[in-house]
Design a protein around this ligand. Structure first.
Ligand SMILES: [Zn+2]
Length: 415
């Protein structure tokens, strides 16, 4: 829509003031889309038989029957139901035309605004034939050219650009479609869900109204359209419940923060994907269970309670747990052993008092060495929670001051 609006703006179209929360009025949206339709027709004129019948599905004309005197609620319901069919519509299309208004863009790069929208995942994932519609400047006029290609080739190009930008979730999604055997459903579904949430957030759709509908038809099991439309988070929870045989939702719960609006407490914004995150394997099995309440619970099977410390702890066994203190450890043992022998000899020769004192001093000296070694190291076993506001981006430096072994940390998923 943004690209069509740009075409309309260039042609001098001035949209009417939009109602609150919308970019354009309902009457203006098809008018704006018509500018794209005209551009497509002008591009096909030279390359195809002009005397032909072509059936085109264009969202603004086909998502709802705007010609009927329906009220806004009816049209919103029609649009919502039709959005749940998008994957099937594009899977059944003879060809999918991809367009953005930027000059010379081939639409496979991550910067292209077409590829940043939530619904373009469903549009492209199963397309058989893709036609790139690209604008070019000719004699100071903007024209458009068609470049037909196979859906597989187009997705391979997008996969390539995803790899260059370290977008491994996006990479996994396209790898799953062009070489399905390489990526299991567990990874593919996780990547799809995280990417869909990420795109929604990037598009400032923080209520995630269409999250479930956008993914319907892309996962192995689909929801009936009548069961969707109960807020995006709940739709997604229902889809994940349906697909629990293919996807362990613990992967998603592990990378999601607590939701801001508490609509689904366990399913908030995911942390930014990083290289390796998409390959993490959950140690428990979890699945959401739909409920009439607003908050579908997450059921966890084979869970394990892990002790989580609030503070760092000195390693009382630092003398024995660190390889670099091996020499000091052996020296301490020998010195203690020799002193104990001397003490025993003193006791044996009748100087019980002197022998007893030497025993006592030996034990104290050994404890002092153990204690000093313990102050140099932190306990590195177990789990500890460190408040980000206190430790921040200087985590390594601050931890390194406490224990020089922690000066260089390895990020989870980067090894
Ligand atoms: Zn583009």
């Amino acid at each position: 829509m943004r690209s069509a609006a740009e075409l309309a703006r260039e042609a001098g179209f001035v949209p009417a003031p939009a109602p609150q929360g919308r970019e354009y009025t309902r009457a203006d949206r098809p008018t704006i889309s018509e500018y794209f339709l005209r551009l497509y027709c002008s591009a096909t004129r030279s390359q195809r038989n002009p005397d032909r019948t072509e059936y085109i599905w264009l969202d603004e004309f086909c998502l709802a029957d705007d010609q009927q005197p329906h009220n806004d609620e009816t049209i919103a319901a029609q649009r919502s139901a039709e959005l749940g069919r998008l994957a099937d519509i594009f899977r059944g299309a003879l060809q999918v035309v991809v367009f953005c208004h930027e000059e010379g863009c081939d639409h496979t790069k991550l910067e292209c605004i077409w590829g940043q929208r939530l619904f373009t995942i469903a549009e492209i994932l199963h397309a058989e034939t893709v036609v790139r519609l690209t604008r070019r400047r000719q004699n100071n006029n903007m024209t458009a050219e068609l470049f037909p290609t196979t859906g597989r080739e187009f997705r391979l190009r997008m996969q390539h650009h995803a790899a260059l930008a370290n977008k491994w979730h996006l990479y996994a999604i396209f790898q799953h479609t062009v070489n399905a055997g390489a990526v299991p459903w567990q990874v593919a579904i996780h990547a799809l869900v995280v990417e869909a949430i990420r795109r929604d957030e990037a598009g400032n759709f923080h209520d995630h109204k269409f999250l479930g509908t956008a993914l319907n038809g892309l996962l192995p099991r689909r929801a009936r359209l009548s069961d969707l439309g109960h807020s995006g988070w709940n739709d997604l929870a229902w889809l994940l419940e349906l697909n629990q045989g293919f996807y362990n939702a613990a992967s998603l719960a592990a990378v999601c923060s607590i939701s801001v609006d508490n609509s689904v407490a366990w399913l908030g914004k995911p942390i930014d994907p990083a290289a390796g995150n998409e390959r993490l394997e959950p140690v428990v099995t979890a699945f959401p269970v739909s409920s009439d309440a607003d908050d579908p619970p997450l059921t966890i099977v084979a869970g394990e309670t892990l002790g989580l410390r609030k503070h760092l702890k000195r390693d009382a066994s630092g003398l024995y747990n660190n390889e670099e203190l091996k020499g000091l450890k052996i020296l301490s043992w020998w010195v203690a052993f020799v002193l104990v022998l001397i003490s025993s000899a003193l006791v044996g020769s009748g100087s019980r008092r002197s022998g007893g004192i030497l025993y006592y001093v030996t034990a104290i000296l050994y404890c002092i060495v153990e204690l000093l070694a313990g102050t140099m190291y932190l306990e590195r076993e177990g789990w500890v929670f460190l408040e980000d506001s206190l430790w921040g981006d200087k985590l390594e430096a601050k931890l390194g001051e406490q224990d020089h072994n922690l000066r260089t940390l390895t990020l989870w998923g980067s090894f």
